[in-house]
Ligand binder design. Structure first.
Ligand SMILES: Nc1ncnc2c1ncn2[C@@H]1O[C@H](COP(=O)(O)OP(=O)(O)OP(=O)(O)O)[C@@H](O)[C@H]1O
Ligand SMILES: [Mg+2]
Length: 336
């Protein structure tokens, strides 16, 4: 399942890798191709880490425009925000000892990527709207307007209609930006993409390493609240600390491991408090002999792994031979 496919293969260095086999990603790639040469604004929506910037770069790549200029709206705050965006003339304010080109002008004949557009302060939203309508702006301290022509691509993980309703985002700007909408579903809603993305990231960060089958299963079953970014970071970290050729479940971060294979030891121990093979006094005090705790831990691990002894041993942090020896001593050597 994690074998290379044409989509998992690393893209040519110049090409933006928008990896995925799910219908949602296939449709997204098709839509990007269809709208590439269109000059209308594009609004990219998706949870954090779903690949909004990757999609923005793909739109730019397909459009054949000159330059891709990322404009991080979450940092456009404070007194310098306007000059960052529009540039300024020498002497416009204290410290402005040369003319400076703003981000908008840099994006002339290219793509202006307004990242985190939902964070743009209302005062700048009004100014941006004017630029989008008039294709003109004035650098701070200038009396002359400049013409700018760029493809506007914006992205946000916020619900912009809701922001409009709450008066935090201008409705007119929202309508202006929301001409072509590209939605990227969260990774948990397109699990088919996990294997192909995981293979891609493993190759990128640790060529030569492989996932063991339980790791493949864990990656597939985990919900990835941080989406593709969390998947990539997890694989990067796992490959950095792994010592073998195979990434085993012991290499998984505990967040993933415990969500996918929940530690049911406590539950097993609690339920066994009423087990008939325990002495009544230990039942009363909720204390079990250590050997009994161990036996329950081992049987629980085998039930979680559905009898897979190698994985159970890994989960328990003991060797396979030790596991076999212990099972034999419980008289369940061949029974599980
Ligand atoms: N479909 C994909 N193919 C290949 N890499 C991807 C894909 N989606 C996301 N990534 C990778 O995941 C990471 C996060 O992607 P990106 O920065 O585009 O997400 P984002 O939606 O902009 O996140 P945020 O909301 O946090 O800004 C990046 O390293 C990116 O290369
Ligand atoms: Mg981003």
């Amino acid at each position: 399942m994690y074998r290379e496919s044409s989509c998992a293969a690393p893209a040519r260095s110049a090409e933006v890798a928008l990896i995925g086999l799910s219908p949602a990603i296939r449709e997204l790639r098709d839509k990007i191709d269809r709208i590439a040469s269109n000059q209308s604004p594009v609004l990219i929506l998706g949870e954090t880490g779903t690949g909004k910037e990757v999609v923005a770069r793909k739109v730019h790549e397909r459009s054949g425009l000159k330059k891709f200029v990322p404009i991080d709206c979450s940092v456009l705050v404070g007194p310098l925000m306007e000059s960052e965006l529009f540039g300024y003339m020498r002497g416009a304010f204290t410290g402005a000892d040369t003319n400076r080109t703003g981000l908008l002008e840099e994006a002339h004949l290219g793509t202006a990527f307004f990242d985190e557009i939902g964070e743009l302060p209302l005062s700048l939203q009004a100014k941006l709207l004017r630029v989008l309508q008039e294709k003109e702006f004035r650098p701070v301290g200038s009396t002359v307007s400049r013409y700018v022509e760029s493809r506007v691509v914006a992205a946000t993980n916020r619900n912009l209609s809701e922001e409009v309703r709450r008066g935090r985002f201008r409705q007119d700007l929202f309508f202006r930006l929301n001409v072509i909408t590209l939605r990227i579903p969260p990774l948990r809603e397109r699990r088919e993409d996990i294997p192909v993305l995981a293979a891609y990231f493993l190759d990128k960060h640790a060529g030569g390493l492989r996932f063991s089958p339980p790791v493949e299963e864990a990656l597939l079953r985990y919900d990835w609240p941080g989406n593709v970014r969390e998947l990539e970071n997890t694989i990067h970290r796992m490959s950095a600390v792994s010592t073998g050729r195979d990434l085993g479940i012991q290499d998984l971060p505990s967040s993933v491991l415990h969500t996918v294979f929940p530690p049911r030891h406590e539950a097993a121990m609690l339920s066994s408090a009423s087990s008939p093979d325990l002495a009544p006094e230990s039942r009363n005090e909720g204390i079990m002999p250590l050997a009994e705790v161990e036996r329950h831990a081992i049987l629980n691990a085998l039930s979680v792994t559905r009898g897979d002894r190698t994985t159970a041993a890994q989960l328990l942090g003991i060797g396979r031979t030790t596991l076999y020896r212990k099972l034999k001593s419980y008289g369940v050597g061949d029974a599980v």
